[in-house]
Ligand binder design. Structure first.
Ligand code: ADP
Length: 365
């Protein structure tokens, strides 16, 4: 049975009139990596700080292993926070940095030594053990910072934008390393990031936040493929999700969305919409299939621009009053066509309320 490690219940944080975190509820299972993802200012760090105990919630509860930690001092919560800027002691060797958390807990020397050795091996720092931070690369410093926290064997490892100070190469390597740390230790990890690629590649589940609200909490695959609102659809993906705002039409038992005078076919799950009402169809650029004009369920769009990007090209095309982006293979004839015919993948097409942006259709799961 799933073992809930962290439970956040109706958590709220106000700073004067500003609601930084609003009624946040979610749970994280033992051994899971959860990413808090969202734009700057959406409440990620405030949430993290409340879990660690650096900030007190205005209301709500935080439970670790089923016990409320709201009244537990930060030092006694057994959560390990790794800051964005590494925060390693610059005057201490790697070995002393790694040992610090155990030494202040007055652990016996043999135990400290063996734990430091274990973590240094594990983090690939064994040959750097006598170096000072100034002699280390950015990714080595990051490994020291994470290792220093892992030594203390925290219940939950919290990482605040851990890769944002690294160059692209180091960032990719560190991403792989974080995945293997997680897989090998079974450590429960909470990862704060504004970078969707990091969240999608590292997390089992992603909590997407905006203006202090939880917009969706689901597996990485589901937040990408099945966004529950326009915000999540637009925040994840590059190029982002296409949105066609139009009028719902029914004709001969079939459903369409009308933009200008153009019609795009919709799946039968759209039948709950009101004929003549407005709605928004959302679909990712890579889910549109190139089709023939005669194909059932295809629609036409006029090509405005083609951007080659190596093996794939991004076509910007006009459908009715909307510009849509389509990702196609670069050797496709579509890259030199004036008009293209496209078929939406009905399993991956989402319908949103035009006012609230909330998803209307439900998948038959
Ligand atoms: P994120 O980590 O997603 O960038 P934060 O949690 O840092 O967002 O901030 C959420 C909101 O709370 C922002 O509007 C921010 O300005 C505000 N905020 C954060 N800390 C404080 C504080 N100590 N005092 C007042 N406002 C704050």
């Amino acid at each position: 049975m799933a073992n809930v490690k962290l439970e956040i219940v109706n958590l709220r944080k106000e700073y004067g009139d500003l609601i930084a975190v609003d009624d946040l509820s979610l749970s994280v299972e033992q051994g899971e990596t959860m990413a808090l993802l969202g734009p700057s200012g959406c409440g990620k760090s405030t949430t993290l700080n409340m879990i660690v105990g650096l900030e007190n919630p205005t209301s709500g509860d935080i439970l670790i292993d089923g016990e409320s930690v709201i009244n537990t001092a930060p030092g006694n919560r057994n959560v390990g926070l790794v800051f964005q800027d590494y925060a390693v002691f610059t005057n201490m060797t790697v070995e002393k940095n790694l040992a610090y958390g155990l030494r202040i807990k007055k652990q016996p020397k043999e135990q400290v030594d063996s734990e430091v050795k274990r973590v240094a091996d594990f983090m690939g720092l064994s040959d750097k053990i006598d170096r000072k931070p100034a002699e280390l690369s950015a990714s080595e410093l990051q490994r020291v910072a994470i290792g220093r926290t892992l030594v203390t064997n925290p219940d939950i490892l919290l990482l605040d934008e851990p890769l944002s100070n690294l160059e692209a190469d180091d960032r990719n390597r560190m991403r792989r390393e974080l995945r293997s740390i997680q897989a090998e230790t079974g450590q429960t990890v909470i990862y704060v990031t504004h970078d969707q690629i990091e969240a999608l590649s590292l997390a089992h589940r992603i909590a997407v936040m905006n203006f202090g609200h939880l917009m969706q909490y689901d597996t990485a695959e589901n937040v990408y493929q099945h966004p529950q609102n326009r915000f999540v659809g637009s925040f994840l993906g590059n190029p982002p999700m296409n949105f066609v705002e139009g009028t719902f039409r029914k004709d001969g038992g079939k459903s369409f969305i009308e933009s200008g005078s153009s019609l795009m076919p919709l799946p039968s799950s759209a039948s709950t919409s009101v004929d003549g009402g407005s709605l928004v169809a959302g679909f990712r650029p890579e889910t549109l299939v190139l089709a023939n004009e005669s194909d059932e369920n295809s629609f036409s769009a006029n090509v405005l621009a083609v951007e080659p990007q190596g093996p794939e090209s991004v076509i910007t095309a006009e459908f009715g009053e909307t510009q849509v982006k389509v990702v196609v293979p670069s050797d496709s004839e579509a890259t030199s066509a004036e008009t293209i015919h496209l078929m939406p993948d009905f399993n991956l097409l989402a319908l949103f309320d035009s006012e609230s942006g909330v998803r209307l259709d439900t998948r038959g799961e």
